[in-house]
Design a protein around this ligand. Structure first.
Ligand code: GLU
Length: 438
């Protein structure tokens, strides 16, 4: 049976690179059928923390990367590593250096493996130094613990980042010395920033949790990560995890380093936001609305879904969506008084009052009726829609750009529309002495 593992060191957040590795392991094992093992490589007692571990597990869960076994902790397996190191000592394949145990690398011959992504790789053993197995503090080194674990956990496919290619021949020598069967290896391409250097903090957010907080959908991040080093045979629509699983083939992964392009991720996120049902999206929005201080519990669920539905085509992130929905979820608006005066100034106060009276009569307060009522009032008065439309928009939303103003009005409802218009007009009339000349 196929068994893969993801083996993070809990020394920091789940970064894009780690998530990418976990995701390719997951796609492979869900495609082929098998088990996904989670192993926490916490032998660095100083740098490993429980908080980091929690962040990593949360990040995996958020992305929908599920594991079947674990988490297992290397720190709980120290005796196991020691036993195998002593076996190598007894066989004369390792020696002691103080209290450390060191593997004697053969001087002759070469070590070969066929990487699923990179093809044939061969290294002269003479070019490798001896390998510390157990450090003088009693802790195993990465290269040793990983071999003991991957063998005892029955791992058949080691899928990890390209940066581990130089470690692989060393690990293979240890497998052989211990009489273990060597697993298959697949090294995933490196992920670069836009400037073609290894992706790092300098390039902006690298932790998965930061994307979550910025309002990226897990499915969007999932899809984008799957495109780093791989692509479906047929270009097309956005794909959800279960659809990617069906198309995924580890043999199609490229060696070419992949560039992490935030603009592309944003674009993909927009497509997923658009694709979501308002009900699902409203649920995802709760966190972002609450963060903005909107009292969303004052509104019925159906209203929140209508808010999402009217805005979901425009936003690149859920943060943006929360921003755009302010006038629909906040009681009072913050106008820029100068802009308001300019917009409201397209008509006299008396005309505004007349329009407001007309609006009060609309029943039911739906797009078609609002549209008809406002247009026929304008026709009668010989006033153009453009200026009044912009004024309505600004007075009702304190924004210059929104979805269609009649739709916004429907959503706000007659009472809020009338209140906001009356307040906007009185704010301007009250402050402008030459209002009548406007
Ligand atoms: N803890 C190692 C890392 O995070 C695991 C490497 C491996 O998969 O072998 O890089």
């Amino acid at each position: 049976m196929i068994r893969v593992r993801f083996a993070p060191s809990p020394t920091g957040a789940l970064h894009i690179g780690g998530a990418h590795t976990a995701l390719f392991n997951w796609l492979f094992v869900r495609r082929e059928g098998g088990r996904f093992v989670l192993r926490i490589e916490d032998t660095d007692r100083v740098r490993s923390t429980k908080e980091a571990e929690k962040t990593i597990l949360d990040g995996l869960q958020w992305l929908g990367i599920t594991w079947d076994e674990g988490p297992f902790y290397q720190s709980e397996r120290l005796n196991l590593y020691r036993r195998y190191a002593e076996q190598l000592l007894e066989n004369g394949l390792a020696y002691k250096e103080g209290s450390a145990i060191v593997f004697r690398t053969p001087r002759e011959g070469a070590t070969y493996f066929k990487d699923i992504v990179w093809g044939d790789i061969e290294v002269e053993n003479g070019s490798l130094k001896d390998i510390v197995l157990i450090k003088s503090d009693g802790m195993p080194t990465y290269n040793f613990a990983v071999v003991v674990d991957d063998h005892t956990m029955g791992i058949t496919h080691v899928i990890r980042g390209e940066d581990h290619i130089p470690n692989t021949p060393k690990q293979i020598l240890i497998y052989k010395a211990l009489g273990f069967e060597v697993p298959e290896f697949a090294h995933l391409p490196m992920i670069l920033g836009p400037d073609k250097t290894k992706l790092s903090k300098r390039h902006g957010a690298t932790a998965v949790g930061e994307y979550r907080n910025m309002g990226y959908l897990p499915e969007a991040v999932f899809y984008y990560l799957s495109l780093l080093g791989w692509s479906p045979k047929e270009e097309g629509d956005i794909l959800y995890p279960q659809e990617i699983v069906k198309l995924f083939d580890l043999r199609d992964v490229t060696k070419r380093a992949a560039v992490f392009d935030l603009e592309k991720l944003k674009w993909i996120n927009k497509l997923f936001i658009k694709d979501k049902s308002p009900a699902e999206l409203a649920k995802a929005m709760r966190f972002f609305w609450l963060e903005k201080g909107y009292n969303i519990d004052d509104y019925p669920e159906s209203y929140l879904q209508d808010v999402v539905a009217i805005l979901q085509g425009r936003a690149y992130t859920l943060q943006e969506l929360a921003d755009y929905s302010d006038y629909l979820l906040k009681e009072s608006l913050n106008y820029d008084k100068i802009i308001l005066a300019e917009f409201i100034g397209v008509m006299k106060g008396e005309e505004w009052n007349s329009l407001i009276e007309e609006i009060k009569k609309i029943d039911p307060f739906v797009v078609e009726n609002i549209d008809n009522a406002v247009r026929s009032w304008l026709n009668k008065r010989g006033v153009k829609l453009k200026g009044v439309g912009q004024a309505l928009r600004y007075a009702l939303t304190a924004r210059r750009v929104t979805p269609g103003i009649f739709e916004v009005m429907t959503l706000l409802g007659k009472d809020r529309v009338v209140d906001r218009l009356e307040r906007a007009v009185s704010l301007v009339v009250g402050e402008s002495s030459n209002w009548q000349d406007a």
